[in-house]
Structure formats: C-alpha cells, structure tokens
Design a protein around this ligand. Structure first.
Ligand code: 2PG
Length: 296
C-alpha cells in the first residue's frame, strides 16, 4: 500500500505525534485539470507489454486507485466530468476514485483515443526477456523514444483477433485506421484531437475535469502541455495511481508553477517513477510471475 492510505499516529497507547503545521502555498489561479495513470494492472505486475490488451487491475492496482481517491479527497477535489479510455484498467481506476469521492453520478466520457499506445508485436512479451533478446538500448527506444514504433502486430499474433474483434471498438477507430503499432508520436496524433475538441472546451467552460488514462497517452498530453522536446519526454515515466494536477492559462499552457504537481509525497512518487523506468531489469523473482501473457 502506498503512503497516502497509511494512518499517521503514535505507537499503541501513545498520543499521536503532533503533525507539523503544513505551510500552505497560495493557490494558483487558472484552469485546474487532474490526470491519473491507472493503478497497477495484472500485466504491469507480470512485467508484460500490454498496450491494447484489456487486462484488469491487480489487487495492488485497486488499492492504488482507492489511495488516489483518498489523496483527491484530502484536496477536496470536486469534478464535473471525467474522461477515460475504453480499457477497463483505466475505467476501474476512474470509477474507484469517483466512488471514494462520492461523485459517481458525474458524466464519464470514454474514448479509445485515450487508450494506452498500441504495443504492436511486443504485446504480451515479458519486458526483461525482451531486453535479454534485443538489448537494453533497443527496448528503451521501443518503450520511450518519440517516433520509433515497436514492430507491427501481425495477423497471426496471439492477441490480434482478441483486440480487433473487441466490442469496445465499435465506436472507433475505423477498421482502415485500426493501429497495428504506435510510437509515442502516433499516440499523440490520435489522442490530442480528443484533448483539443472534447476536453479543452469543457475546461474552458469552467468544468473541473478528471482524466484517468494510461502511461503513454498521458505522456502525450504532458509533452504537449509542457512543450517538452522529443528527448525530454524520453525521461518521463509516469507512476501508476498517483494523481497529478495542472493549472492552465487561457491558451491551455501551465501558468508559472502550474505544471505537473503530484498529489503524493515526493519520495514515493520518485520511487514509483524509477520502478516504471526499470521494468526491463526486473527479474522473475521481482515480478513473482504467475503466468505469461503469451497465448498458446
Ligand atoms: O505495457 C504497456 O502498455 C506500457 C504501460 O504499462 O508499458 P511501458 O511503460 O513500457 O510503455
């Protein structure tokens, strides 16, 4: 369990330690948006490339989603509308947060455009084994480069049919545009029209917006908001289940000091980011692998 859910108090029988008064920074003025990457998924836990495979949250991921809700509750967050992908790991995270906040009745808009990037032929492969086979440098390029896509998903790939025929895609993308792989650049190309056309008008109308999505679709939004270079975005690894806030001006750029603010203690956030970065170095012991994503 991450720190946000831990009760802070003294030992049994002792009076709880007095908490230091927190110095409150003056609230930034501007449009507030909260984003969160879904909690740990079953395939994050098993260290598998996931992309568009529709896997569940792990138990830890469900707990992370609750903690995200608790962190937002502490901030007295109140949302008017939530956006999520068509993948259940993001939707469950979104629902859990709204349940904790007792705000389950707000509209939730789901779009494939907020999906994780499509991992093509790497889908279902173990990240450590992929490093062992292709080398750390190549896997880093596939995972984090801006414009180098993973190899395409061929028609005989074990997850090809399952993804292509999934009902969740009945509203798009159209068959002729259905991705077989995506770089971050391609992910941004399909994600940003949704940000610009659907989310931005609501933000500008003064609505409080929650976006529960994925590591790479959110990296795409963050790259654009913060105007990060193709090199800078390679270094950003978003932790699972820790919400972050942006405060934006009228042109949807962060106001001074309004860039990514995590609602978690900095050490926990840093550690969680390092863990995502180092997934290719995880051993099977680390992941306590229970089964593979590879279909027989
Ligand atoms: O497997 C995936 O779909 C993504 C997110 O979990 O992985 P990565 O962090 O390697 O881009």
């Amino acid at each position: 369990m991450s720190d946000c859910c831990k009760c802070k108090g003294g030992k049994k029988g002792e009076a709880p330690a007095k908490e230091k008064p927190v110095e409150k920074k003056p609230e930034l003025k501007g449009f507030k948006v909260i984003m969160v990457r879904h909690g740990e998924s079953e395939w994050n836990k098993q260290n598998l490339f996931c992309g568009w495979v529709n896997v569940d949250l792990s138990d830890k991921g469900k707990e992370e989603a609750k903690c995200a809700g608790e962190a937002l509750k502490k901030e007295c967050a109140k949302f008017d509308v939530a956006y999520t992908s068509v993948l259940k790991r993001a939707q469950i995270t979104c629902d859990t947060i709204l349940e904790v906040l007792n705000q389950k009745d707000i509209p939730i808009v789901k779009s494939w455009r907020l999906n994780e990037r499509h991992y093509g032929g790497l889908t279902g492969l173990n990240k450590t084994e992929t490093v062992q086979k292709f080398g750390e440098e190549q896997v880093q390029i596939w995972r984090r480069s801006f414009d180098t896509p993973p190899p395409p998903m061929k028609c005989d790939h074990p997850y090809f049919e399952e993804i292509m025929r999934d009902e969740i895609y009945k509203c798009g993308p159209p068959m002729e545009e259905f991705p077989r792989f995506e770089s971050l650049e391609l992910t941004i190309k399909r994600c940003m029209p949704f940000w610009n056309d659907c989310i931005v008008p609501e933000i500008k109308a003064g609505k409080k917006v929650l976006i529960a999505a994925h590591g790479n679709s959110l990296r795409g939004i963050v790259k654009t908001l913060d105007n990060l270079s193709d090199e800078e975005i390679m270094e950003l690894n978003l932790p699972t289940g820790i919400p972050f806030e942006y405060t934006l001006d009228d042109s949807m750029k962060p106001v001074p000091g309004g860039s990514m603010r995590f609602l978690g203690d900095p050490e926990t956030v840093q550690k969680a980011m390092e863990d995502v970065k180092n997934q290719g170095k995880k051993t099977k012991e680390d992941t306590k692998e229970e089964g593979k994503g590879e279909k027989k």
